[in-house]
Design a binder for this molecule. Structure first.
Ligand code: DAT
Ligand code: MG
Length: 151
């Protein structure tokens, strides 16, 4: 079972799309194990986006993610990292697959609504950065077997 870290970014919160994002991940069968609504500090934003330091869009990205509240979440499931990236769609909304969140609600790469971890290493780093162990909930869902089992 994998866990992955998700942000409904400031534009998603401002546009009232947090529920829509949660609905899509829930409906897919993924299980929510952590959630936190917060205004991101510059320090936390810099740690989260450290891999992008020096890129032309870096300063704008930090300004954007710290500009208004975000909803952060940890979702669990088999291949959760790939599944959530697929549900979000490609980084550039105009290249995102129809039916993905970035396609269905976005146009600009600078306002692409969501973040999702892109590898097991990134997921472990990001979950540890944004959540404490005590904030993650281990819980049983009777439907898990109907969604997660591979036969
Ligand atoms: P993703 O969010 O799909 O993992 P990424 O890690 O390459 O994409 O980049 C992080 C964020 O930075 C991305 O969601 C939007 C922004 N970004 C990336 N490339 C950009 C570009 N060329 N111009 C403006 N913003 C960009
Ligand atoms: Mg990324």
């Amino acid at each position: 079972m994998e866990r992955t870290f998700v942000i409904a970014k400031p534009d998603a919160v401002q546009r009232g799309l947090v529920g829509e994002i949660i609905v899509r991940l829930e409906r897919r069968g993924l299980k929510l194990v952590g959630a936190k609504f917060l205004l991101v500090s510059r320090e936390l934003a810099e740690k989260h986006y450290a891999v992008h330091v020096g890129k032309p869009f870096y300063e704008g990205l930090i300004r954007y993610i710290t500009s208004a509240p975000v909803m952060t979440m940890v979702w669990e499931g088999p291949q959760a990292i790939a599944a959530v990236r697929q549900t979000m769609g490609a980084t550039r909304p105009v290249e995102a697959a129809p039916g993905s969140i970035r396609h269905d609600f976005g146009l600009s790469v600078g306002r692409n609504l969501t973040h999702a971890s892109d590898s097991p290493e990134t997921a472990a780093f990001e979950i540890g950065l944004w959540f404490t162990e005590a904030e993650l909930v281990n819980w049983q869902r009777p439907t898990d077997a109907w969604i997660f089992e591979g036969n």
